[in-house]
Design a protein around this ligand. Structure first.
Ligand SMILES: C[S@@+](CC[C@H](N)C(=O)[O-])C[C@H]1O[C@@H](n2cnc3c(N)ncnc32)[C@H](O)[C@@H]1O
Length: 220
């Protein structure tokens, strides 16, 4: 599969800390983060995939005493994340590099090791749809058996669709909730909980959205 990431990291580099201003009051995200933080044993290893600025999720997990590793393709977002959560570790890399044999995946030269949980809030939606099942399987491969996945997506029936986003253009994908559940289950997860929130960002160029949060467990 040929991967096209053109413009995606550059958009987030340009957006920088305006991202957190445009998306305030993240009640749904904070609730999902609380679920994950509380479901884990103290000091668990958690990977934050497409961590952005690290706010609020990486900070929430680190503050709860977990060992947080974040990855993102935007150097600008990672700079903010390193500043915001000095206790966590961050790596500049693409989700695709987390697959078995990928640089940061199992057996890779910079293998991140096994995790008790993975959180992917609004990051898999940055991939074209055909890549999303592979990405979910890659995340499954990083989890210990029974490990947890907290996933957030926006409910939308779109594939690699260009949208205006804080003065930039990004390409996003999504599913309606039935299909999202099926894609997640087919990738080897049991869905143990679900939540949805309608969310209106502060910025006028980002449309209101329905956010879907899935609580998942790696099937053994
Ligand atoms: C919508 S933001 C979400 C950030 C954060 N997870 C949150 O919930 O606030 C999406 C993030 O995914 C990152 N991203 C996009 N495509 C990626 C890829 N292929 N690999 C890793 N990160 C990616 C972007 O740079 C951005 O920081």
């Amino acid at each position: 599969m040929a991967l096209d990431r053109s413009g995606q990291a550059e958009a987030f580099d340009a957006i920088g800390d305006r991202y957190d201003e445009a998306f305030p009051h993240k009640d749904g995200q904070l609730t999902a983060g609380r679920w994950l933080a509380g479901a884990l044993a103290p000091g668990s290893r958690v990977l934050d995939v497409g961590c952005g600025t690290g706010l609020p999720t990486a900070r929430q997990l680190a503050d709860a005493g977990h060992q947080v590793v974040g990855i993102d393709i935007s150097p600008g977002m990672l700079k903010l994340a390193r500043h915001n959560i000095p206790a966590a570790t961050f790596h500049l890399t693409d989700i695709v590099d987390l697959r078995a044999g990928g640089r940061y995946g199992p057996g890779g030269s910079r293998d991140l090791g096994e995790f008790d949980a993975v959180v992917a809030f609004f990051s898999l939606l940055m991939l074209p749809r055909p890549e999303i099942p592979y990405a979910l399987r890659a995340l499954r491969g990083l989890l210990r058996p029974g490990g947890l996945l907290a996933l957030a997506m926006v409910e939308a029936d779109i594939d690699d669709f260009a949208i205006p986003f804080l003065g930039n253009s990004v390409r996003v994908s999504g599913y309606l909730r039935e299909e999202l559940r099926r894609v997640v289950q087919d990738a080897g997860f049991e869905i143990t909980g679900e939540d949805s929130h309608s969310y209106a960002p502060a910025s006028t160029d980002v449309p209101p959205e329905i956010q879907l949060y899935l609580h998942c467990r790696r099937r053994v």
